[in-house]
Structure formats: C-alpha cells, structure tokens
Design a protein around this ligand. Structure first.
Ligand code: MRU
Length: 347
C-alpha cells in the first residue's frame, strides 16, 4: 500500500480525512490543490508532505511563464506559498528547499530544462524516501524483542511517508521477524490519526493491535503493560529535542516515570540542525472546531467555547532513549552524536 502515486505525470493520493470509512483517491492538478490537500490533512505525515509538495511544484511550474525571469519569480512565490501550508514538519521546507537549490544552481537552463529538472528532483526525493523507510525498519526492528507490548501515537506508517513508514514500519518489521508482539494504538485526539489510520494500517498488515483512548496510556504503563514506545517525528532540533503529534510529550514523561524505553524514528530529512533546541520549533495552531467537533460533524462542546489547539508538542531529548534513523540508531549524548552520524561523509 502507498499513500501517493505518481504515474504518467499524474499525482494522485489517498484522501486521509476519509479513512478508514472510505478509500478515496484524489488528483492534485495545481498548486492550490496541493496547498489545500496539505492544509486539510488529506495528505499528512512529515515525510509524505515533503514528497507530495515536491511533485506539486513540478505540476505547478507547467502553468508558469516561459520567460525565465518571470518563471523564477513565480517559482519563488509558489515555494513560499506551499511552505506556509504547515509550519512544524520540516520535511516540507526541506524538500522545497532542495528543489529551489537545484533551480538556483541551474539558472543557465531554459524554462523547459528547469521544469524537467524540477520533476527529476521530485522523483528522486520520492525514491529516496522509500529507501529511507526500509533502512529505518531494518535497524529499528532490532530493538524489538519477542512478545514486546509496544505503544505508538498518531500515525507514522505508510500513510505518513512515501514508503512503508517510520515508527510503524519499525513495529511492522518487528512483527514480521520476531512475531508475538502486541501494539497499543493511542487514538490521538483531536483528529484521531491513531484510531482512524494506524489501527487501519496495522490491521491491513495483520499486526495484532488494541486501540486505546489517549488517557488510558498511564494506567497501562502503571500495570506493567507496555515494554517500549515508538513514535515518529515532525522536526528534530540539533540537541535531539523532538516535535511530534500533540500528546507525544505526555507519553515521554510517563515513560520516564515508569522506566519504559521511549524511541523516536525519523529519517535525516526530519532533522533541523539549524535549531539549537526544541524551543525554536514553530508549533502549528489549528482550527478550534477540530476540538469542538468530532469527525467534522459531531459537536461535543459549546459552539463558541474558546479552544487551545496546538497540533504538536516538543519532547525534550533527555526523555528519549534513542533516535532510529536511516543512518543508524543515535544514542545520547544527542548533541554530539546527531552531528557525528548525520554529518558523516559517504565512503
Ligand atoms: O498532523 P499530522 O497527522 O501530519 O501529524 C503527523 C505526526 O505527528 C507523525 O507522527 C509524524 O509526522 C511522523 S510521520 C512518519
């Protein structure tokens, strides 16, 4: 299963807001389509929005001027516009920056050449993400023992990447090689990515799982019911502080108290080494109705009640046991080891 397809120069994706009730595939035909798909979380998950945005730019530039100067201006505005769709997941700006760099290095080419190059770069970001997921699954699954009971939050599976996933790929691979694991899935309010997407993915992959409400995790840990926690990430600062779906920090604090190893799984494209620590990570604030209303129709609070709705929180690195990446597993001290592992030259 894949969350997006790029076939015959056409970009299509599963509308994740409709899952698990319906598998609706949509086409992205313009910059505006792409912006709205990301903003509305039809396409979501840090690595996936990076790949999707890269293809979206390659589609948008087909409508731009053939005059190079005008083209470059339109290209810059399009990049900024798409980037503004979601601020926390750094994979989005990382992918767009990678494309911008290629264009700026090749301004001697004509517009048709630049268009071809943008598409080529988008394809390679896509291909790379598939490979990164495989590598994370491979190394992370070695952390899983027979009969482990694992807790996860939000969705970090194939719906959140172009490949098999990050944290959920590690768990699924662990199931395949060691068997007998049980996965507890946090429902993940307000938008229920755990209940709607992760439980659906695990069931599709025949991985034994149980869905819990977010407020049941502490009780489970207190009863000795959780051996390990694996979650994904939206942005990791240079010292290892990690932004992920709101509620992740709660789990990390609980894990520390109950002495349960807490693991992050993320590719190199989720690291933002320009930020010294997590306090600099921008946190997306979303529509109050996501909290007042469930699944877009069931109102559960007074119509005009004020709401606080941050989409992410930041887990301090001292609560993290290790970060599984495509380049290997990073242990503390994170500030030193992140730099050492991520900046090592290819041999
Ligand atoms: O708001 P979302 O659904 O895009 O948030 C997604 C998450 O927080 C995931 O855990 C994260 O992007 C890791 S995805 C491999």
């Amino acid at each position: 299963m894949r969350a997006l397809k790029f076939i015959n120069n056409k970009l299509s994706y599963i509308d994740q807001t409709k899952l698990p009730l319906k598998e609706v595939w949509r086409r992205c035909m313009s910059l505006e389509d792409g912006f709205s798909a990301i903003k509305r979380l039809e396409v979501r998950g840090a690595p996936l929005i990076g790949v999707f945005a890269a293809y979206c730019i390659s589609i948008a530039v087909k409508d731009f001027s053939l005059d190079k100067l005008k083209f470059l201006n339109q290209f810059e505005s399009a990049i900024e516009y798409l980037k503004s769709s979601r601020p926390t997941a750094v994979n989005l700006s990382w992918a767009l920056q990678r494309i911008r760099k290629r264009v700026l290095e090749n301004t001697d080419k004509n517009v048709l050449g630049l268009r071809r190059m943008i598409l080529k770069e988008a394809r390679s970001i896509h291909k790379e993400d598939v490979l990164l997921c495989q590598r994370m699954a491979e190394s992370g699954s070695k952390l899983i023992n027979k009969s482990d009971r694992i807790l996860t939050h939000c969705n970090a599976g194939f719906l959140a990447t172009a490949g098999e996933g990050t944290a959920l790929a590690v768990i699924t691979r662990g199931h395949k090689v060691r068997r007998d694991i049980l996965v507890y899935v946090d429902e993940t309010r307000p938008l229920l990515q755990g209940a709607r997407l992760t439980a659906w993915e695990l069931m599709k992959n025949k991985v034994p799982c149980k869905l819990i409400c977010d407020n049941m995790a502490a009780y489970l840990m207190q009863k000795g019911g959780i051996d390990k926690i694996f979650v994904g990430a939206d942005r990791i600062a240079a010292n290892g502080d990690t932004a992920n779906k709101i509620g992740t920090y709660n789990l990390a604090v609980l894990a520390k108290y109950h002495k349960i190893p807490f693991y992050i799984v993320a590719p190199f494209s989720t690291f933002d080494l320009s930020l010294a620590n997590g306090s600099y990570i921008p946190i997306e604030q979303r529509d109050p109705d996501e909290v007042r209303v469930i699944l877009g129709s069931l109102r559960i609070g007074p119509k005009d009640v004020e709401v606080f709705n941050p989409a992410f929180d930041v887990t301090p690195s001292k609560l993290i046991k290790a970060i599984v990446t495509d380049k290997g597993i990073i242990y503390p001290p994170f500030k030193v080891n992140i730099k050492k592992i991520l900046c090592q030259k290819k041999k």
